[in-house]
Design a binder for this molecule. Structure first.
Ligand code: OAD
Length: 247
């Protein structure tokens, strides 16, 4: 890991954000890491250590073993319910910003951000894998059990209910993507936080801002492919850096 951001870089980022008229914050799994939600590229723990998170996040995986995939997402949903937003989510919620997230948790909402754009869906909106109807909110307060669980059946067509998330190989929700690109195109400052910048099309959103003359600031402990598009690269964790630059 590279050294933490220099104070001068933090001050420069804080001044850019303070002066922004149309601020956009784009977040990835690193945003929620300090809340206790493992990122996709972290090794999974416990029973899930045997699996690759990316291999569970496909339509093929659900077709082959629905209980394994449903169990994994239910375990993740219950984990998210037990944790809360961190100081980074809270800092973002203090500003009037368009929040675009790749995260399927609800920690931005719980911190008070209004209508975050969920590019990759949500753990809290299961739907039918056959007819596509919303399946109703899952019960809260599950035990957090690890392992396969049989998904419920749709009450209309009896197909299996699936998580309301976007899997690899699937299209992003058109509405969310359009809103995100429009916000990025109009932004004078975009802050990209905790995303590895390797999953497309989300990874192109900061480039939209940069190419149209806006300023991109990145918060991530590690370098990413987005570094060249960023005016300021702050190498630190979201929950520490964001409260320092969003005042
Ligand atoms: P990744 O898991 O790919 O990357 C997490 C990023 O967060 C990495 O660049 C880490 O360096 C950084 N990071 C880790 N801890 C951090 C911290 N405390 N503060 C700030 N940054 C930190 O997550 P995403 O980029 O969100 O898609 O992944 C993109 C998509 O790939 C996900 O939405 C998901 C996934 O597979 C789907 O499920 C479709």
């Amino acid at each position: 890991m590279e050294p933490l951001s220099e104070p001068a870089q933090l001050r420069a980022a804080a001044a850019l954000i303070a002066g922004a008229e149309r601020l956009v914050v784009l977040t990835g799994a690193g945003m929620s890491a300090e809340s206790g939600v493992p990122t996709f590229r972290d090794a999974l723990t416990g029973l899930w250590a045997r699996y690759d998170a990316q291999a569970l996040a496909t339509p093929e995986a659900f077709e082959q073993d629905p209980a394994l995939v449903w169990g994994w997402y239910e375990w993740r949903r219950e984990l998210v319910e037990r944790v809360g937003p961190n100081a980074g989510h809270e800092a973002v919620a203090r500003r009037d910003a368009v929040v675009i997230t790749q995260n399927v948790d609800d920690l931005h909402e719980r911190a008070g951000s209004k209508n975050p754009i969920h590019l990759h869906g949500s753990l809290f909106t299961p739907r039918c894998s056959g007819c596509g109807r919303a399946a109703g909110a899952p019960a809260v307060g599950g035990a957090g059990t690890e392992g396969p669980r049989t998904p419920p059946s749709c009450e209309h067509c009896q197909s299996l209910v699936r998580p309301g998330v976007v899997w690899f190989g699937e299209s992003l929700p058109v509405d969310a993507l359009e809103k995100a690109v429009e916000a990025a195109a109009n932004a004078d400052v975009l802050v990209t936080v905790g995303t590895s910048g390797v999953v497309h099309p989300a990874a192109e959103i900061p480039q939209v801002t940069a190419k149209l003359g806006g300023t991109v600031i990145q918060v991530n402990p590690q370098p990413t492919p987005l570094d060249p598009f960023c005016a300021v690269n702050l190498r630190g964790p979201a929950a520490t850096v964001l409260p320092e630059i969003i005042r």
